[in-house]
Unconditional design. Sequence first.
Length: 338
Amino acid sequence: MKRLRRLALMLFTLAALAAATLFVVVQPGVTPRPSTPPAADAQRLREDVKRLSVDFYPRSYDRPENLERVATYLRAEFERAGARVGDQPVIVEGQTYRNVVARFGPDTGPLRVIGAHYDSYADTGVDSGDPRGYSPRTHTPGADDNASGVAGLLELARMLGRAPPSRPVELVAYTLEEPPHFRSEHMGSAWHARALRAQGREVEFMLSLEMIGRFSDRPGSQTYPVPGMHRLYSDRGDFVVVVGRMGDFGLTRKIKAAMAGATPLPVHSINAPPLLVQGVDFSDHLSYWREGFPALMIGDTAFLRSRRYHQPDDTYETLDYARMAQVVQGAYAAATAP
């Protein structure tokens, strides 16, 4: 009898631990917070992704003249949307790049930051086979990664211009997220986060828009970095995910509720230690964690869904702009949530 009681207690404990893990990691049962954000323009998103991935190709660190062209374009679009716009110089190894910062709402109060990197991946150690020194084989078009996030940022600026927020919001287009500066102090987001810390600015949250344009309804189209995770989520790449560390549990629930209440697009979430779940810290939000700010990533799960990740066929024709527009509407709901 004692042995049966011990076994029952062990099973109960394991079940309780599993339930607690599910609650903390997956956040089931988050109640959507209904809202009606302005409509995001799917056709305009497509046009911006095409311009970034075709007209400004390649957008890699070794093509600073193209990154400068992108920054000039982004500044003009932010100004056209009605933002107060500024540049932040990013000086790396003697070369000057820049972040472009668009401000909406009041000047004072806890800041909400939403950002996306406008550079794209390049494997400069491989022969391009092209007299120009680059080709899609070495310098990817970067439509989903991350022209999609930047196009989303531009459309979000237009929406905020039409329906301004009651709280201060900064939209930041970052330079130098990709290798060789990935996860380093040279990332444009690291420069921005350090500046906020030096200014003593209170940051309510930061959201990184990292690849928001690839979706699939095909069974098995979604993979996961840890065995068994498919039992907690969908096996179809038909959702957007909100990603955070364990300490940002409450913020994750808030952003998830805002996004889930804005459109019909499924919104999943995860809070997990980066050491245990690969990819949790693979974007610009990491720079804000390092400065002690709460930050999350919003994305389509990148290489866990897309075989086109960092490949020549990451092109603008392959993205789902209707669902991408829903992601942007969700981001607007998060940016303007009470």
